[in-house]
Design a binder for this molecule. Structure first.
Ligand code: ADP
Ligand code: MG
Length: 728
C-alpha cells in the first residue's frame, strides 16, 4: 500500500466516537445564542424593540437613532455571552458565506479603551469586496459594495463573534448576493398572495413563504478523505472502482446510525440548538456513510440563512470528529448522490397554510386556488425552475436514476387528479346554484377526507405535492436554497398577480359573482397546465419521450439549462416584480456560467494529474515487477516459461494498453482545454467545456479503474471506495 493510503487507513481504524456532553433539555437551550425576541426584551428599550418587531413584521425602516439603541443592546447581550468581535455575515455569489471580524474593542486615548458597537456598525459596512464574484456589475459601475443589516433574520453568536445577517449590494444598488433578490421575491409573493387571500378573508395582512429543507451529506473519515487529491480539490472522487458491495443490499437507509456518526450528529445538533436552527430529524440515507438532517420548517428567508449556517457548522463540527463532510451532489460514481429537498408552502398571518386543505368548502376553494396557481406557475416557468437548480455538480445527479430527471413536472396524486378532472367540467360562465352546491359538497368539500389517505408518494417526481406543501426535490445538496426559493416565489407571485387580474376582470365585466369567477379561471388553468402534471415513473425512458411530445424542456446540462435565465421573459418577469433588473440578471448568468467553466476546468486538471502522476507510474511499477517475474521464469525454465506465465504476460500487455489509452485521452483533454480557453464568448466556452472536455473524464476514468482492479493492492496509491465508504 502506498504510504499515504497506508497511514490514512491506519489512522481511520484507530478512531473512537468523540464523547459528547448532552445539553440540558433542548427546549431550554434553544436559541440561547440568538438575539431573538426573548433576548431583545431583556436588552432593548421598548421603542427599540417595537421598531425591530415592526421591521420584521411589516418591513418598516428602522430610524438611525433607534439603530444606535439597538446596537448598544445587542453589544451588551453579545458581551454577556462572551463575544469579543462582530461581523456582517452574508452570502456572496460564491455559494459560501462570508464574514470579516472586527473587535468591539477600541482605544480612546490616554491608554484607555472601551467596547464599542454603534448603530453605524450595525446597519452598514463596507467589506473589501473586490474579490467576490460580481459578473461585471462593480466594474461597470462603482468598484465598491456594502453590506446592510437584515433585521428579519436575527443576529447570533458563533464562537466569540456576533454575526449580523446582512445583504450585500453594490453602491449603485445592484444585488451582489443571494439574499437581496430573495427578500424582494418574498415581498412580491407576499403582496400578490395577500391580494388573492382577500377574496376569502379580508383580515389577511401578510403571507409568508415557508421552507423546510432536508440536507443530505456523506461523512468520510478525514484521514481517508484527505488522502485523495480529488476529494480535497473538487469535493468528489474522479476515479475509483465500485466496491464489491455497494448499496445494492439496501441495508443502509434508515438503518442503525453508526456510533461515530451519531456522536457527530449529536454534537452538530447541540450547536444547531444554541443557534436556533430547529433540527428535528436525522437518519441514514440510501448510500453507505450517507446521512440526512432536516429541521422544522421556517419562514423562507430565515430557513435559507439557517441552511447556509448549517452547512458551515457541519464542516466545523466535522473537524472535531475527524470527519470530512462531503456535501457534493455526486461524490462517488455508482453510489447515490445527495440532494436537498426544498419543502415549500405559503401561510397567512392569520395562521392558515394556504396549501393545506381546510375544514370548510370555502377554505378549500382557497386551498384549490393556491394549489392550482402553483401548478400553473410551474407549467409556465418550468425552464426557469430547472435553471434555478443547475450546477456542474448537480448535473451528475439529475436524470441519473437516483434523483428526478432534468424535466420538471408536478406530481399531485390520484385523488387530487380526480378533483381537478371534476373541476375541469364546471360550466363556463355563471354556475347554477345546484352546480355550486354540488361542487362545494362533493368535490371541494371532500378534499380533507381524501387527502388523509393520499399516501401514494412518487419519489421520482421533481416537484411533488405532499399533503400540505410542495416538495421541490431536484435541488442539489450544495445549493444555496435562496436560488430556487427566489425563482419559486417569483413565479408564484407573477402567477397570483395574473390570476387576480383575470378574476377581477370577470367580476367587473360580466357581473359574475366572485366564486363563479374563481371557478372559471381555475377551470381554464387546469386545462392549460395539464402538460406539467405527471404521475408516472420520472426515471423512465418513456417519460423522456412523452415530455418531448408535451413540449416540456429537458435541459440536461448546466450551460443548456442556464440560458433561459437571460431570456426576454425572465428579464421581464424579474423586472415587473422588482426582484432583479436586467443588469443583475445578466450578471448572475455570467457568474454561473463562469463558475461552471471553472468547475470543469479544475476537475479536468485534477483528473489529468491523478491519471498521469499517480495511476500511470503505479501501473509502470507493477508492470516492471511482472516483467522481472517473467524474466526470472525464463531463466529457470527457458522457452517453456510461456506455459507458466500466461497471466503475467497478459497483464503486462493489458497494462500497456490502458497506459496508452490514458495518455491519449489526457493529451486529448489537455488540447481540448487549451482550445476552450482561447474562446472569449462565455456561453460558447461553457458549452465547449461541457461537450469537448468533460466527456473525456469518463474515458480516462474507465482505464484508471480497470488498472485499479489489476494492480497489486499494496502498490495502489489512492484510497479505495471500499475504504472510503465502509469505514465507520
Ligand atoms: P419526508 O419528505 O422526508 O417524508 P415530511 O413530509 O415529514 O418528510 O417533511 C419534510 C419536511 O417538510 C420537514 O423538514 C418539514 O419541516 C417540512 N414541512 C412541513 N410542513 C411544511 C410547510 N408548511 N412548509 C414548508 N415546509 C414544511
Ligand atoms: Mg422529503
Amino acid at each position: 500500500m502506498s504510504t499515504l493510503r497506508f497511514h490514512a487507513v491506519k489512522e481511520s481504524l484507530k478512531r473512537e466516537p468523540v464523547k459528547i456532553e448532552e445539553l440540558k433539555r433542548r427546549s431550554d437551550v434553544f436559541g440561547s445564542n440568538v438575539f431573538n425576541e426573548n433576548a431583545m426584551r431583556q436588552y432593548l428599550t421598548k421603542d427599540a424593540l417595537i421598531s425591530v418587531l415592526e421591521a420584521i413584521e411589516k418591513g418598516t425602516k428602522i430610524e438611525r437613532l433607534v439603530a444606535d439603541h439597538i446596537s448598544t443592546g445587542m453589544k451588551e447581550w453579545a458581551i454577556s455571552k462572551g463575544a469579543t468581535h462582530y461581523t456582517h455575515w452574508f452570502q456572496p455569489l460564491t455559494g459560501a458565506t462570508a464574514e470579516k471580524h472586527d473587535a468591539f474593542f477600541e482605544t480612546i486615548g490616554n491608554g484607555l479603551s472601551i467596547e464599542k458597537f454603534g448603530g453605524n456598525q450595525l446597519v452598514q459596512q463596507e467589506p473589501d469586496a473586490s474579490s467576490f464574484p460580481h459578473g461585471g456589475i462593480r466594474n461597470t459601475f462603482e468598484a465598491r459594495g456594502y453590506t446592510a443589516w437584515d433585521p428579519t433574520s436575527p443576529a447570533f453568536i458563533y464562537g466569540t463573534t456576533l454575526c449580523i445577517p446582512t445583504v450585500f449590494v453594490a453602491y449603485t444598488g445592484e444585488a451582489l448576493d443571494y439574499k437581496t433578490p430573495l427578500l424582494r421575491a418574498l415581498q412580491a409573493v407576499d403582496n400578490a398572495a395577500v391580494a388573492v387571500c382577500k377574496y376569502f378573508d379580508k383580515n389577511v395582512k401578510k403571507v409568508n413563504a415557508s421552507l423546510g429543507w432536508e440536507q443530505e451529506y456523506f461523512l468520510i473519515d478525514n484521514a481517508l478523505a484527505t488522502s485523495r487529491p480529488d476529494i480535497v480539490l473538487t469535493g468528489r472522487t474522479l476515479l475509483g472502482h465500485s466496491p464489491a458491495k455497494g448499496q445494492q443490499l439496501d441495508d443502509h437507509y434508515f438503518g442503525t446510525i453508526p456510533n461515530r456518526a451519531m456522536a457527530y450528529m449529536r454534537d452538530l445538533e447541540n450547536e444547531c440548538m444554541l443557534l436556533g436552527i430547529p433540527v428535528k430529524t436525522r437518519h441514514n440515507e440510501v448510500a453507505p456513510n450517507q446521512f440526512e438532517l432536516a429541521p422544522i420548517f421556517e419562514e423562507a428567508n430565515l430557513a435559507v440563512d439557517h441552511n447556509s449556517l448549517l452547512m458551515d457548522l457541519m464542516h466545523k463540527v466535522a473537524e472535531r470528529h475527524s470527519f470530512k463532510v462531503l456535501m457534493h451532489e455526486k461524490p462517488f460514481a455508482g453510489v447515490n448522490g445527495s440532494g436537498k429537498h426544498n419543502n415549500w408552502s405559503l401561510s397567512t398571518d392569520t395562521g392558515i397554510n394556504l396549501l393545506s386543505p381546510g375544514k370548510t368548502p370555502m377554505s378549500n376553494l382557497q386551498f384549490l386556488t393556491f394549489f392550482i396557481n402553483t401548478i400553473k406557475a410551474v407549467q409556465t416557468y418550468e425552464e426557469l425552475l430547472r435553471a434555478a437548480i443547475a450546477s456542474a455538480s448537480n448535473d451528475h445527479r439529475l436524470g441519473a436514476n437516483e434523483a428526478p430527471p432534468a424535466i420538471i413536472s408536478v406530481f399531485i396524486g390520484a385523488q387530487l387528479t380526480k378533483v381537478l378532472e371534476e373541476l375541469e367540467t364546471v360550466t363556463k360562465g355563471k354556475l347554477s346554484p345546484k352546480e355550486k352546491t354540488d361542487l362545494k359538497l362533493n368535490v371541494v368539500g371532500k378534499i380533507p377526507e381524501i387527502l388523509l389517505d393520499n399516501t401514494d408518494r412518487n419519489r421520482t417526481s421533481p416537484f411533488a405535492f405532499t399533503g400540505n406543501k410542495f416538495e421541490f426535490r431536484a435541488v442539489g445538496s450544495t445549493a444555496n436554497c435562496a436560488n430556487p426559493m427566489t425563482v419559486l416565489n417569483s413565479i408564484m407571485a407573477k402567477q397570483l398577480i395574473d390570476f387576480k387580474s383575470e378574476v377581477d376582470t370577470l367580476i367587473d365585466n360580466k357581473t359574475m359573482k366572485k366564486d363563479d369567477a374563481i371557478f372559471n379561471v381555475l377551470r381554464e388553468y387546469i386545462k392549460t397546465s395539464k402538460s406539467i402534471l405527471f404521475e408516472g415513473n420520472g426515471y423512465s425512458e418513456e417519460w423522456e419521450k412523452e415530455a418531448v411530445k408535451r413540449g416540456l424542456s429537458n435541459n440536461k446540462t448546466t450551460p443548456e439549462a442556464l440560458k433561459v435565465k437571460v431570456s426576454k421573459e425572465a428579464i421581464q418577469l424579474y423586472k415587473e416584480l422588482n426582484v432583479m433588473n436586467k443588469v443583475e440578471v445578466e450578471a448572475r448568468y455570467e457568474i454561473e456560467m463562469e463558475e461552471y467553466i471553472l468547475h470543469i476546468q479544475i476537475e479536468s486538471r485534477v483528473i489529468g494529474d491523478i491519471a498521469r502522476n499517480h495511476v500511470v507510474p503505479t501501473a509502470v511499477r507493477y508492470q516492471n515487477i511482472l516483467i522481472e517475474n517473467v524474466k526470472g521464469l525464463k531463466t529457470i525454465y527457458g522457452d517453456k516459461f510461456k506455459d507458466f506465465a500466461k497471466e503475467q504476460l497478459m497483464l503486462i500487455e493489458k497494462i500497456s494498453g490502458h497506459i496508452e489509452a490514458i495518455n491519449t485521452s489526457v493529451t486529448k483533454m489537455t488540447d481540448a482545454r487549451k482550445l476552450c480557453n482561447k474562446e472569449n464568448d462565455i456561453e460558447k466556452k461553457a458549452k465547449e467545456y461541457c461537450s469537448k472536455v468533460k466527456p473525456l473524464f469518463a474515458d480516462i476514468r474507465y482505464h484508471c479503474d480497470k488498472l485499479e482492479l489489476m494492480i497489486d493492492d499494496e502498490l495502489w496509491p489512492l484510497t479505495k471506495y471500499r475504504e472510503l465508504l465502509f469505514t465507520k
